[in-house]
Design a protein around this ligand. Structure first.
Ligand SMILES: C[S@@+](CC[C@H](N)C(=O)[O-])C[C@H]1O[C@@H](n2cnc3c(N)ncnc32)[C@H](O)[C@@H]1O
Length: 219
């Protein structure tokens, strides 16, 4: 476990309570302090929850990031506040419109209206050797999405994935779903750490992994 937050993420006091925060334009009604820091709500963000749980995410200020499942930009806006180039993939047009507004004040944030299951459609835009792929796609086949997007990671890069059990199978036991997802992920990644996020997000497993150098090309 690491107690170190990425450079650009701090614990600040809001309404008498210490919370994670980044510095940037507010996006979802979160409180902002007089110095421009805005609270990062871990209840609305799996990556925020991973940081609250002190997982060793290996993400740092200035890092290049591919974010899969950006939705309206709640979490990716915080990432872009401290990271370097941040490519944000979302396949639903409506949230992507909101994401475009979020990017207006963040010149390092690049929204892409694309399907994360089909990375060849954005491979010409997204740079290679990225430090981090953050994945929060509510879709069946989450491990397959992570394997297909492994190509963008540097050899020592990190996958930070939130696996949602109910997106794979509404009826199956979440532990079984997670074990199946981890087995598939191991085809292309070494799993470094896993944590249930239930304190913040029901039936989600957070995974920190790095690409396996000896893995075959993704399907
Ligand atoms: C739980 S929401 C993401 C929330 C967001 N990560 C945040 O914390 O602000 C999941 C998102 O994944 C998107 N999604 C699902 N399947 C996708 C796919 N194949 N490609 C791109 N986006 C996808 C959905 O449209 C939805 O916006």
């Amino acid at each position: 476990m690491s107690l170190t937050l990425p450079v650009g993420v701090e614990r600040r006091r809001f309404d008498g309570r210490e919370r994670l925060a980044t510095r940037g334009e507010p996006v979802y009604g979160e409180p902002q302090d007089a110095d421009g820091w805005r609270a990062w709500d871990a209840g609305r963000s799996k990556l925020g929850a991973m940081l609250e749980l002190e997982m060793d995410v290996g993400l740092d200020g200035g890092d290049g990031v591919l974010y899969l499942g950006a939705a309206s930009g709640t979490t990716v806006s915080h990432v872009a506040d401290f990271a370097g180039p941040t490519y944000a993939v979302e396949f639903a047009p409506r949230p992507t419109r909101d994401l475009l507004s979020v990017a207006e004040s963040r010149p390092n944030l690049f929204p892409l209206l694309k399907d994360a299951r089909d990375p060849e459609t954005y491979a010409h835009v997204v740079e290679g050797d990225l430090d981090c792929v953050v994945q929060d796609v509510a879709t069946r086949g989450q491990a397959t999405v992570a394997l297909r997007n492994r190509q963008f990671l540097a050899p020592d890069g990190r996958l930070l994935a939130a696996i949602k059990a109910r997106s794979e199978d509404v009826l199956d036991d979440p532990e079984t779903v997670f074990e199946d997802a981890l087995d598939e992920l191991r085809e292309g990644y070494e799993i470094l750490e896993t944590r249930r996020l239930d304190r913040f997000h029901d039936d989600h497993l957070a995974v920190v992994a790095e690409p396996r150098a000896d893995a075959a090309d993704p399907r």
